[in-house]
Design a protein around this ligand. Structure first.
Ligand SMILES: *Cc1c(COP(=O)(O)O)cnc(C)c1O
Length: 368
């Protein structure tokens, strides 16, 4: 008998489980005849703002647009650069570049893989042009936003939290998305809260910044056909996606708990050759199951032997990307570079079956 592969993710299972609740949300929008910037979008924006404990949320077309808009409205006058990490998939770098600013890269903490506060401080020391720092809550783990804010606010720099992987993470100071000056979200289908297509959002407690985001996402209009704000674009969350997200958000905390429980089983099964990045409590929503090992190729082979899919998030740091012929100010990023060789991603999604979880645990145990 051919054993089926354990997939990294299987979005069809969530759709099958959610059944008529999901299709009812879709049908409601289809029969309403209102598809862009309507009541579903407003309701979801309010629902997400309440969930996060922030003053306001604006839906946009995707997470990269959310970053672009947040960086643009967050950049103080006279500043021309944004700082971020090089190990987070390149989304913040893409957005900062597209917004027309230079990118400064800082190294990450070897244990958490999130921006390292002393490294951020060191990188800012000789870059007075930096006006925005984008902090990614990588793999679902809450990054040290309060410490980075303290470093940034002394220098007139705004902090943008990239919450694409961390919706639902909560620390003692509040939820991911309520800790920075602005926060961005992606509802790409594989995220912990996924749409049936692309979607994104920006959150902020600053009403002036929110008004700018709302203007820029729709051509820079203040009222219909009247451009008041320069630099506008078209980036809107459509009604279908908003209705799907509103239906799914109430279940998010339970899905995140299931993700954490699966990751804890991997951590318990792993031997001394593998370190599973832990997700112990509510500060981590276990978006991805990342392990570290000096023997990545051997571990990937061992997993494939058990017909378990693996991947690498992310294999090429931003300053090594062939398409970015950008010196990035010649950063020294030894931790980022070493981790890129050591990380491997294992399957993790709330609808994993017990036999699949057990197979991953067995493979980890046998590898040692
Ligand atoms: C997915 C992701 C994004 C980008 O979101 P899109 O909706 O795909 O544009 C940004 N940042 C991080 C950390 C992500 O994981």
């Amino acid at each position: 008998m051919r054993v089926e592969w354990v997939p990294l993710n299987d979005l069809g299972r969530a759709v099958a489980e959610q059944g008529s609740g999901l299709t009812d949300a879709v049908s409601r929008v289809v029969s309403s005849g209102w598809f862009v910037l309507g009541p579903e979008g407003t309701a979801f924006e309010e629902q997400l703002a309440r969930y996060l404990g922030v003053a306001a949320v604006a839906g946009v077309a995707n997470g990269t647009d959310a970053l672009d808009l947040a960086v643009r409205v967050g950049m103080p006058p006279g500043r021309t650069a944004g700082l971020t990490a090089a190990n987070a998939g390149g989304y913040a770098t893409t957005a900062i570049k597209r917004a027309g600013y230079q990118v400064v890269l800082a190294d990450v903490d070897a244990s958490t893989h999130c921006l390292d506060v002393p490294q951020v401080e060191a990188a800012l020391a000789d870059r007075p042009d930096v006006g925005v720092v984008v902090v990614t809550h990588l793999y679902g783990r809450l990054a040290p936003v309060a410490a980075i804010r303290a470093v940034c606010h002394r220098r007139g720099i705004r902090v943008v939290e990239d919450c694409a992987q961390a919706l639902g993470a909560r620390g003692p100071d509040g939820a991911a998305g309520s800790l920075g000056d602005l926060a961005t979200f992606s509802f790409y289908p594989t995220k912990n809260l996924g749409a049936l297509g692309d979607g994104g959002a920006v959150a902020t407690g600053d009403p002036e910044l929110m008004a700018l985001i709302r203007a820029l996402r729709q051509y820079g209009w203040d009222t219909k056909y009247s451009v008041r704000t320069p630099g506008g674009c078209n980036s809107r969350l459509d009604e279908l996606q908003a209705a799907v997200l509103a239906f799914r958000l109430p279940a998010l905390d339970a899905w995140n708990a299931t993700r954490r429980a699966i990751l804890a089983r991997y951590a318990a099964a792993a031997g001394s050759r593998v370190r599973v990045l832990p997700a112990d409590g509510p500060t981590h929503v276990a978006h991805l199951a990342i392990v570290e090992t000096a023997e990545r190729a051997a571990l990937a082979d061992a997993m494939a032997g058990y017909r378990i899919r693996t991947d690498v998030h992310y294999p090429v740091p931003d300053h090594r990307q062939p398409g970015w012929q950008d010196a990035f100010g010649g950063p020294r990023l030894p931790v980022t570079e070493a981790l890129a060789e050591r990380i491997l991603t294992l399957p993790l999604f709330p609808e994993m079956r017990e036999d699949e979880i057990e197979r991953v645990c067995t493979a980890l145990e046998r590898f040692g």
